[in-house]
Structure formats: C-alpha cells, structure tokens
Ligand binder design. Structure first.
Ligand code: SF4
Length: 478
C-alpha cells in the first residue's frame, strides 16, 4: 500500500497516517463547503466555550469563517478561555542561540549550509556563561536554547554540557530555572539524555506538514527526511519528555493546510500518549540574511494571523501559546488579546548577541527582530496593558509536567498556581532588575492583583512570601 492509499489513523506511529494528506484535503473541502452555515459555526463556537477543545475539522471551519459577528465571538472567546485557564499572567522567556553551524539545506533559514554570507559562530562554555549572566542581569529565568544541526560541531554532548553550564550559573540574585531546548530531531536515547539533563520543554517546529512541499524546502541534510522529523515528538515522548512544544512556520505553505496539520499532530499526541502539546508557537516567515519574504507567496496577513491564533486557542485550550519578537509590538499587542500566554522579551537572535554590544553584533542572526524593546520596556508595556508579566518556572520544578499538568489545566486549576507565582516572580524582577518607573507600576499591579486571589489560604501565603521577597529572600513557588 502506498502512503496515499493508507487510511487516516490518529494513533498510527507513521507520519503519513497521522498527518494524512487526504484527510487534510477533505477537511479543507468541508470547511469551504460549510463556511456560510451560520448555525453550524455557532454550535462549534458554543462547543469551544465549554473549554474541551475542537477537532481539526471544527477548527478548520472556524478558520474559514469570515462573518464579522461570528469572528468577533471567536476573538472574544479566545481571550476569555486564556483568561479562564491561565489568568492574566504572561510568561516571559528569552531565546539563547548557541551555534549557527548547520548541515541542513532549509531554503527559508539563513543558517542553511550553503549560506556563505552569514558569520558562523559556536559559543564556548565561557561565552555561554557571559551570555547567561547578561540574560540574568536583564531578569530572565527561563530560556529556550537554539542550535543548528551539526553532528560534529553541535553534538548532543555539547548541548548537554551547555545545559549543565547554564543551570550551574549563580550571579547576584539571578538563576536560570528552566531551560527549554529547540534542537533537531534526534533519537529516543538522546531524548532520554535531554530529559535527564533537566530540560523543560523540547521544542521542534514542523515548518510545514505538506510532505511534498516539506521535501522541496529541505533539499539536503538529515532534516530532509519528513518521517524522521514529523515523528520526532513520538520519540521524545518515548524518551520520557512529556512537555513538547510544536509549531509551523506560517507562510512556507498554505496556512490552511498547515493549520489543520498542526491540530492533527496535537490530536495524534493526545491519542497516543494522553498528552497534547505543552506549547504551540506561531512563527511567520520573516526577513533574514539571504532570505527574501517575496520568495514566499504564501506569507500571511496580520488579519489571518490573528484568526489563526484565536482558533488555535479555541481548539487546544490547554496549551501555552507563544509569540516571539519576530512580530512587531503592534501585532504582539493584538494577539495578546487572542490567547497568547508566553512572549519573549529583549531577545537577540544572533549567536553571542546578549554579551556583545549591539553595535558590534555580528551578522549571525536566524531572523530579524521586529520588537527591539528591552525586557524592562516589554514588562512595563505588559503592566500598562493590565497583564501580569510572569517569570514563573514552578510547574516543571514541582513535577507538574505531561498529563499531570494537562489535567490541572483542563480542570481549570492551574490559574490557582499561575496567579500567585506570577506575582511573586514579578516582585523578584521588580526588586532586582526593574527601572524605577516599571517598579512603581508593577508594585501597584501586585497590590491590586493579590486581592483577587480567590483562595484565602493561598492569598495569605503569597502575601507573606511577597514580604519575604522585599526582605531579600528569593524563589518561592506554589
Ligand atoms: S504555575 Fe505552572 S503553568 Fe502557571 S506560569 Fe507557573 S509554570 Fe507556568
């Protein structure tokens, strides 16, 4: 049987069966045919309001809807679901680029092996120390490690050594408390070693779920193997990593196809392992060295992007949704109202970019940063918008990962942890790193928000901990 004639099977271990081309086409046809069925769309929105998620078909239908009144309901519900499940905290993180050496030939990424104009660089452990100290001095507690795929220059041993270095750095009151890792698809055994090294989330973007298109965009290197890449999350779960982060690079292929593929992938993980994606990221193709977005006719508008974010929140309500500094301040502000729950701030996408002066920052970046504000400016901005910037890393350190985490979110209980943890970690940030203006705004917000913690016992403990933080103690969590 060739892959085309195999049936769709969400539980299959084979990529072409759980990301089934025929099922995606049927889904898109279904959405096109029913896009004006107001009653059907209304019933799907009602179903989403119960917070139990949507199937990929239902979600595709909502994505296709272009009636302003229904779209408005979708947007308002996306905001409400994020609020119901996670409260108004927004988790902060920063990417840390370790090495841009790469053997792959991805046509949309400036790290591709044939790009001779990019400055190649790999950080030594001493350079990593300098980067991490610079990140700690900004106030970051949570990192996402990034590295190109290179079996001899960036072997797993290098990644593991780097993780040990990062977790070992104590500088003033700073510490990196959670290291997420975004590296190439690897073996079950290597995933096990990453788990043992204490990583938080394993992140791997699919780029596109369209197999033919994927193969065209990845002409050379290990990443050109669609099945190896698409089945990586299964191997990560088999290796004991139960928090995985997914995403596609919107604009590489038609957004509708990749949107459905992304949701089918989430359904596959839930059906097979009982755990869906811990996070979903929504990067879009953007300019970079040697990359011209004009070469990508599928790139998407801000309006479509907003719809995608909102409908993912309705379809996979329990997931953390991440937006990076690829996006401008204006776009980030818009999607913060549509279900985004994590953002990066003060990011540098060049290798060594945090410790180096920006003026001498080398041309080694993976993509151009749109939002170039400092972390303090982003924190102050979030406070102005009424969000609680959170530096919390509690769940993974308390063993609330995988299905344990999912079930707490699905039962609407995680916000009971998020809210006080956000306030306590924000207070640490305000004491140690904030500008006077941000500190004043943050302390005002904490006074207001502490009164909103519903459980009196939790509120009393949080209040005591906030006083201890003011007195110099650190690292409290629920
Ligand atoms: S309590 Fe858990 S889910 Fe909430 S912000 Fe902290 S680590 Fe994330």
């Amino acid at each position: 049987m060739n892959s085309e004639s195999r049936p769709y099977d969400a539980k299959s271990p084979r990529a072409v069966e759980f990301i089934h081309h025929g099922e995606i086409q049927d889904t898109l046809e279904y959405a096109r045919t029913h896009k004006d069925d107001e009653a059907l769309i209304g019933s799907v929105i009602d179903k989403a309001a119960a917070c139990n998620g949507l199937s990929h078909r239902e979600a595709a239908l909502l994505l296709e809807c272009d009636r302003p009144d229904l779209l408005d309901r979708i947007f308002r519900l996306a905001k409400a679901l994020k609020q119901r499940l996670y409260g108004n905290r927004i988790v902060m993180f920063a990417p840390l680029y370790l090495s841009n050496y790469c053997v792959n030939g991805c046509t949309y990424c400036p790290y591709h092996a044939k790009n001779r104009s990019i400055a190649r660089k790999k950080l030594s452990q001493e350079e990593i120390r300098r980067e991490v100290i610079a990140l700690q001095d900004m106030g970051h507690k949570r990192l996402a490690l990034e590295a190109g795929e290179h079996p001899t220059l960036n072997p797993l041993e290098y990644i593991l050594e780097s993780i040990r270095t990062i977790y070992g750095i104590r500088h003033k009151n700073g510490a990196i408390r959670r290291v997420n890792v975004n590296i190439a698809a690897t073996t079950v055994d290597n995933y096990r070693r990453l788990k043992e090294a204490g990583i938080g989330t394993y992140i791997l973007f699919q780029e596109t779920y369209h197999k033919e298109h994927y193969e065209h965009l990845h002409p050379t290197g290990p990443k050109s193997n669609y099945a190896w890449h698409t089945e990586a999350m299964d191997r990560a779960m088999q290796g004991g990593i139960d928090d995985v982060g997914m995403g596609v690079l919107f604009g590489l292929n038609t957004y509708r196809y990749d949107f459905v593929g992304l949701l089918m992938h989430a359904e596959h993980l839930e059906a097979t392992f009982g755990v869906g994606p811990h996070t979903i990221s929504v990067p879009r193709i953007c300019p970079a060295d040697d990359i011209d977005t004009a070469d990508f006719p599928n790139s998407i508008s801000d309006d479509i992007f907003a719809r995608i974010v909102a409908v993912i929140r309705l379809a996979v309500p329990y997931t953390g949704m991440i937006i990076s500094t690829r996006e401008s301040e204006a776009v980030r502000r818009r999607v913060l109202e549509l279900g985004i729950s994590q953002i990066s701030g003060g990011s540098r996408t060049s290798v060594g970019g945090y410790a180096e002066e920006e003026a001498v920052e080398e041309n080694s970046a993976q993509f151009d940063v749109s939002d170039r504000r400092t972390l303090d400016e982003v924190v102050g901005w979030l406070l102005d918008l009424g969000h609680i910037p959170s530096f919390c890393t509690a769940c993974y350190r308390e063993g609330r990962t995988g299905d344990r985490f999912m079930s707490l979110v699905k039962r609407g209980q995680i916000a009971n942890c998020c809210q006080p943890n956000a306030l306590m970690t924000l207070k640490e940030y305000l004491m140690d790193y904030a500008s006077p203006d941000t500190r004043a705004k943050g302390l005002r917000l904490i006074r207001k928000e502490i009164a909103r913690i519903p459980n009196p016992k939790v509120q009393a403990i949080a209040l005591r901990n906030l006083q201890e933080i003011a007195a110099g103690k650190r690292d409290f969590r629920f």
